[in-house]
Design a protein around this ligand. Structure first.
Ligand SMILES: *Cc1c(COP(=O)(O)O)cnc(C)c1O
Length: 392
């Protein structure tokens, strides 16, 4: 493969293997749980991930996806899991030992929050400090002699905060800790945590990478030396492996990721600008808006593509919020994000996560995943819902 291919070309051609048996130009789906082992007396490494033995060690469709992700991000290696949460566990299990200390973004995915607030401290005596990770000094202050991992989400789910990955990487490394970045909200084609010094990059592939809302999946990217541990411990021996069929679906989705991200970013910026001007709106956060508190940092890190995730709120009581969700016609009230179609969820002010979010979010807000629709249609949908709710 040509090393200097551009992004969309890499998304098409990267990681493709040739079907030597029938000459199919699309990678077939290898629905096999086990592979023939050579009988030449070569010793077999039963936990190994370098040869085909059993589909939990390695499987062909997973390798295709893995190689495409490496080609797109420049990562040395990649491990594929059955969900984003399994990928997170694929980092937390291999690299944390009893008594280790972890620093985690205060704003983070609900399972990450629960793992670090409850399960890992209670079951394995992991010490945890939650910090506002946009504040690099707060991270410096939180570092202890036993800090082993700093785990950051950028942009943060659901509030879209941007942390200074490069500065945090320097801090982590001088403390002898690893830095892992959950970059699900950005996808792997506009933000490059590994190039900024992060050791491990994690994505829920359920979101932008697959993009079509028809499969769960997760991946961990980084240096081979670290990924060998991720694969051998978390993948082979904890077993959260992705099926060949789902790996094939996600590899298919990944082909159009650069084009989709460009459209998500373009449409979301137009929608965010509309929301910012609307008298119905209490506040809007989108990293591409100049009013976003870390806009300058986002500008440096995200190469002009700020993804499709917007957080905003309307001026209205609880009932108005429910009615607004009911009045939307194109936008669907549903969890998840990064889908071809626009999705919205409401975090009401009684949610137990809100006290950890920035002040402006604490009265409740919407997380809006802008899909691939035309901006004008989404804006008309929002506008008619504002009207129906007497917000304008
Ligand atoms: C969705 C999500 C996850 C979890 O991924 P699943 O595929 O649902 O298991 C992790 N991190 C972030 C930021 C997410 O948005």
């Amino acid at each position: 493969m040509n090393q200097s291919m551009r992004t969309q070309t890499t998304a098409v051609h990267g990681g493709i293997r040739k079907d030597d048996t029938f000459g199919a130009i699309n990678e077939p789906i290898y629905m096999t749980s086990n592979y023939r082992i050579p009988t030449d007396g070569t010793p077999v490494d039963w936990s190994g991930t370098e040869s085909n033995i059993y589909a939990r060690n390695r499987n062909v469709n997973q390798m295709v996806l893995q190689d495409k992700l490496c080609a797109l991000t420049g990562a040395e290696d990649c491990a594929i899991f059955a969900s984003g949460v399994a990928a997170l566990t694929g980092v937390f299990v291999p690299f944390l030992n009893t008594g280790d200390h972890v620093i985690v973004s205060e704003v983070c995915y609900s399972a990450t929050n629960l793992l670090f607030r409850k399960y890992l401290p209670e079951k394995y005596n992991i010490e945890v400090t939650f910090v506002d990770s946009t504040d690099t000094e707060a991270i410096r202050t939180a570092i202890r002699p036993n800090t082993r991992l700093i785990h950051i989400e950028t942009p943060g789910n659901p509030t879209t905060e941007i942390s200074d990955i490069q500065a945090i990487a320097t801090l982590a490394h001088s403390a002898g800790a690893l830095l892992s970045i959950d970059a699900t909200f950005a996808g792997p084609v506009s933000l490059f945590p590994l190039r900024l010094g992060a050791d491990l990059e994690i994505h829920s592939m359920t979101k932008y990478i697959n993009g079509h809302g028809d499969s769960l999946g997760g991946c961990v990217l980084g240096k081979k030396e670290l990924l060998t541990q991720v694969k051998e411990i978390a993948m082979v021996n904890f077993g959260g492996i992705l099926s060949p069929f789902n790996a094939w679906l996600i590899a298919r989705g990944l082909v159009t990721l650069p084009m989709r991200m460009a459209q998500h970013s373009r449409v979301a910026l137009a929608v965010a600008e509309f929301l910012e001007k609307s008298p119905a709106v209490r506040f809007v956060w989108y990293p591409g808006l100049e009013s976003h508190p870390q806009h300058n940092r986002a500008k440096e890190l995200m190469h002009g593509q700020y993804s499709g995730m917007i957080a905003f709120d309307i001026k209205g009581d609880e009932r108005a919020h429910q009615q607004f969700l009911n009045e939307l016609k194109l936008v669907t009230h549903a969890v998840s994000l990064g889908d071809i179609e626009s999705l919205i969820v409401y975090y009401d002010k009684n949610s137990d996560k809100l006290p950890h979010y920035p002040q402006i979010f604490q009265d409740g807000f919407f997380r809006f995943s802008v899909g691939l629709e035309d901006a004008e249609d989404l804006i008309e949908d929002l506008q008619q819902a504002f009207l129906a709710c007497n917000l304008i």
